[in-house]
Design a protein around this ligand. Structure first.
Ligand code: UDP
Ligand code: MG
Length: 323
């Protein structure tokens, strides 16, 4: 009988989350105990935390055998913690959820219902975002709008990583070994049947957000450069326009000189042209550099992460090679 039950993996990336892990476990436990039609595995990924997160994970595993933990060799960032978790998840489906209880675990039964109806990717869309600053909401809105307008794939607005993924989505994501990952875009890129459910996003239960504007800007640039080469196209178009304008200006100067003779003053116009062209050149050098850097990072094709420990076992190199 037990064999027929489907296994559901709940994947939790955690970085310095000692204040919330126990709370998270309590909420998850209630839900898991109520859903007796499924077997559960809670895979906690410790992303190089500097506090007692790992210890709490170990204690939880002693208490409840459904808990597994994965200890990364250092802090790699949430994107990498997620792919590491997906690599180790055993479930027929994987539910990714933040450790800080901003994503209510109470949505899990609904997600499972839709999964049973045949959806492969059930994602939770935020109706509201409590406890987040106006600036954060505004910038995130503008960013999604821009990203959407220049990429072909559909980027889901107001959607985090809180979602249920069928095994085949998980395999698809695992097949993508980009090191500068922008998972939010990858979810759309892989396709499959998607279903949206709405929820109110709660403020963080305890602890602090790991995101600052610097990290967010980096993630935004990764999002742009990993899904579109449009900025390179802009560079080309801008180049054509500017040289066209330059050509017209040149003709004007030649004609003017032929008719009125040489007039020496021209300091301000020269400066304007030099500064303007210099600025444009620098900006687009930066754009090209951005893509070149990406290419450089991807061609190194290093492993995405190293595992210090999976549950009680220390990961050895042979085990790593097998994956
Ligand atoms: N996280 C992680 N590694 C990091 C930063 C964050 O695994 O380097 C995890 C974190 O523990 C949490 C989730 O990613 O479970 C979301 O982080 P956070 O709540 O700080 O982001 P926010 O909700 O403010 O966007
Ligand atoms: Mg959070």
């Amino acid at each position: 009988m037990k064999k027929n039950k489907k296994l559901v993996t709940i994947l939790v990336p955690a970085y310095n989350e000692q204040d919330v892990l126990n709370m998270l476990y309590d909420r998850l436990k209630t839900i898991m105990d109520n859903l007796s039609n499924y077997d559960f595995e809670v895979l906690l990924v410790n992303d190089g935390s500097k506090d007692d997160t790992l210890k709490i994970m170990k204690d939880l595993r002693l208490k409840d055998s459904r808990i597994c933990y994965l200890n990364l060799s250092r802090n790699y960032g949430k994107e990498t913690a997620m792919i590491a978790g997906l690599d180790y998840a055993k479930g027929d489906c994987v539910i990714i959820i933040d450790a800080d209880l901003q994503d209510p675990p109470e949505l899990i039964p609904d997600m499972l219902t839709y999964w049973e109806e045949g959806y492969d990717d059930v994602y939770a869309k935020r109706k509201s975002r409590k406890g987040e600053s106006f600036l954060k909401k505004f910038t995130s809105k503008m960013y999604y709008k821009t990203l959407q307008s220049i990429t072909n794939i559909e980027i889901q607005k107001d959607t985090g990583d809180f979602r249920l993924l069928d095994r085949r989505c998980v395999e698809a994501l695992k097949a993508i070994r980009e090191s500068q990952r922008y998972t939010k875009g990858l979810f759309s890129w892989i396709g499959y049947n998607k279903k949206e459910i709405l929820f109110d996003r709660d403020p963080r239960a305890a602890g602090q957000t790991k995101w600052n504007y610097g990290k967010l800007i980096n993630l935004s640039i990764d999002g742009l450069t990993s899904f579109t080469t449009a900025p390179l196209r802009w560079a080309a178009i801008m180049g054509i326009l500017v040289s066209l304008a330059g050509f017209i200006y040149m003709l004007a100067i030649i004609i003017k000189t032929l008719i009125y003779g040489i007039d020496v003053p021209g300091y301000s116009s020269t400066m304007v042209v030099i500064l303007f062209l210099g600025g444009i050149q620098l900006i687009f050098l930066g754009v090209i550099g951005e893509y070149l850097g990406r290419t450089f990072n991807e061609t190194k094709s290093r492993p995405l992460y190293f595992i210090e420990r999976y549950n009680e076992e220390k990961e050895t190199n042979e085990m790593l090679n097998k994956r």
